[in-house]
Design a protein around this ligand. Structure first.
Ligand code: BJW
Length: 247
């Protein structure tokens, strides 16, 4: 099918599907200026080794280095805003209450800032932090010193970013809600993810196995292409508005 025919097909599925689940990844925010993880030239991990930064082991070994990397990314988020794709999804959800469930792997809060307050955030939020070890009664936060993660002055417990690192469980309520949405949806839109990180990527397989149509929006091939009914090789912020704003 030609590109325009594929686009009309997806538009029609969106118009007709009673329940739509949307699974987003870093590509969703690329046009807002947030780097993806795995894109060859611009992705965060073209420059940094994830094993050195996005694990609890790394944080325990090099708390300052990991804290500084997250502090830099947090500061960069202040400069960015939801793009036309985030706004189109939020607008659709507002016009069609109860039809769209937004599941994101992103930690940038841009869906929430666009107005989708009940976004299911599978990998936490870059804007929050929490105690590394279970807090004791002594635990309170010291003022942040430059480059240092804040710590309890009594027991030394550290604050850490409230994101999900490799080897850590996803928040159970968020994962259960995402699995239910994937299981029950009639259409899943998969936007801007490489589909390599589990259990998030498995949601597209769940949707497909339970009879939902799956449409992918990504300029590049992804690991989820085998379960897609349609792959639109497009950019999220350009593709989503015309797909969603006519419904
Ligand atoms: C555009 C675009 C534009 C660009 N428009 N598109 C089953 C099988 C194998 C392994 C596992 C498995 N189950 C669990 C695992 C282990 C592991 C895992 O998946 N490893 C794989 C890498 C092999 N998973 C975990 O450890 C998870 N925990 C877990 O499963 O707990 C249970 C357990 C515990 C112990 C042992 C075993 C199981 C946790 C995963 C946590 C992921 N955390 C991160 C970091 C968050 C914090 C931070 O930000 O620093 O989450 S990793 C990173 O990857 C981040 C992302 O959310 C995630 C996904 O990346 P995403 O969004 O897909 O980004 P990219 O860069 O990969 O892709 C961008 C895409 O956009 C590209 O395709 C572009 O083409 C596209 N694009 N511009 C549209 N404008």
């Amino acid at each position: 099918m030609a590109d325009e025919a594929l686009r009309s097909q997806v538009r029609q599925w969106i118009a007709e599907a009673p329940r739509i689940a949307v699974l987003t990844g870093a590509g969703m925010s690329a046009e807002s200026g947030v780097p993806t993880f795995r894109d060859a030239l611009t992705g965060l991990w073209a420059r940094f080794n994830p094993e050195e930064l996005a694990t609890e082991t790394a944080f325990r070994a090099h708390p300052q280095r990991v804290w500084a990397w997250y502090a830099h990314r947090r500061a960069a988020l202040v400069q960015v805003a939801p793009n036309a794709g985030h706004l189109a999804l939020a607008g659709f959800a507002l016009r069609h209450p109860g039809r769209l469930t937004l599941i994101t792997q992103n930690v940038d809060d841009l869906h929430q800032r666009a107005g989708l307050v009940d976004t299911i955030a599978l990998h936490g939020s870059l804007l929050d932090d929490r105690w590394l070890d279970p807090p004791r009664t002594c635990c309170h936060i010291e003022p942040i010193q430059d480059g240092e993660p804040p710590s309890c002055p009594v027991c030394g417990n550290l604050r850490r970013p409230s994101v999900v690192w490799f080897g850590e469980s996803l928040p159970s309520a968020a994962l259960a809600a995402a699995e239910a949405a994937a299981h029950d949806c009639d259409l899943m839109l998969v936007v801007g993810t490489s589909g390599v990180v589990y259990p998030a990527a498995g949601l597209a397989f769940t949707a497909h196995q339970h009879g939902a149509r799956v449409a992918i929006i990504n300029p590049e091939p992804s690991d989820l292409d085998p379960v897609a009914d349609v792959c639109l090789r497009e950019l999220a912020a350009q593709s989503l508005p015309p797909l969603l704003e006519t419904s």
